[in-house]
Design a protein around this ligand. Sequence first.
Ligand code: CO8
Length: 261
Amino acid sequence: MPQYETILTEQNGAVTVITLNRPQSLNALSSVVLEELISAFAAYQADDSQLCAVLTGSGEKAFAAGADIKEMADKPAADFYNQDFFSRWTSHLVKATRKPWIAAVNGFALGGGCELAMMADFIIASENAKFGQPEIKLGVAPGMGGSQRLTRAIGKSKAMEMCLTGRMMDAAEAERSGLVARTVPLADLMAEAMKTAETIAAMPPMAAMVNKEMVNAAYEMTLDQGLLHERRLFQILTATEDKAEGMAAFIEKRDGKWKGR
Ligand code: CO8
């Protein structure tokens, strides 16, 4: 495994665990973190032995308290624009990562931290988790998808209130609002995230990728286009060896053995 400066990675069976590891700055997302995350997610995507990933933050206080304010404070606007700052998160962590991954949110997920968590396929949160888009208090606004993904996740009224006031939402409200899939005690967070990741990793791998692609398509397409896309992908899956195996295994009352094809 490569050595990183700001994140930790480990393989646990078929599950890759990636941990943001700058607890002294509440796992703030610097440019180095961005590059290292891109590299770690590319390695996960490329490794056929790895079938699900979990992203979490080190320490008990924060998943990530946002983009690194100290790094951005003196950066000229032209650099943000010319470098198309923040664009690489979506292209690498969302679009290029076709295998499933879960955000295990332990504590603060603010600004870019909330936006990073929302790039995951779903979020499992600890009871002490807090979500927010406080960028307005810095004189700016979300820059990594907060205004778009949060609005799609929890609706206009709540998303607008959070962006305009910068208030934090606790884990219970986040679960009620549909932002997170499940809330668990902090002490159980990684065990629950790993159990869920192992469940996904035990599924037929190609079917897992197709299920992910289908659900994500709901964000991009009209209902008619999405339904057609779903049917076509379903029809492709019926030609796979894993479909034959899965149905035979059901009829023979045994577990399936997957080939990912
Ligand atoms: N960036 C850099 N350092 C941070 C960040 C951050 N986002 N968040 C916390 N830290 C650092 C603190 O500066 C502090 O460092 P030090 O010990 O050297 O002073 C250390 O982490 C611990 O933090 P606190 O002492 O503040 O801990 P508290 O428990 O008192 O407070 C909070 C915790 C409430 C999470 C508080 O740290 C906080 O409000 N953090 C900032 C949250 C935030 O505003 N996030 C959004 C960032 S902006 C963004 O993500 C989108 C891009 C916007 C572009 C801006 C262009 C200028």
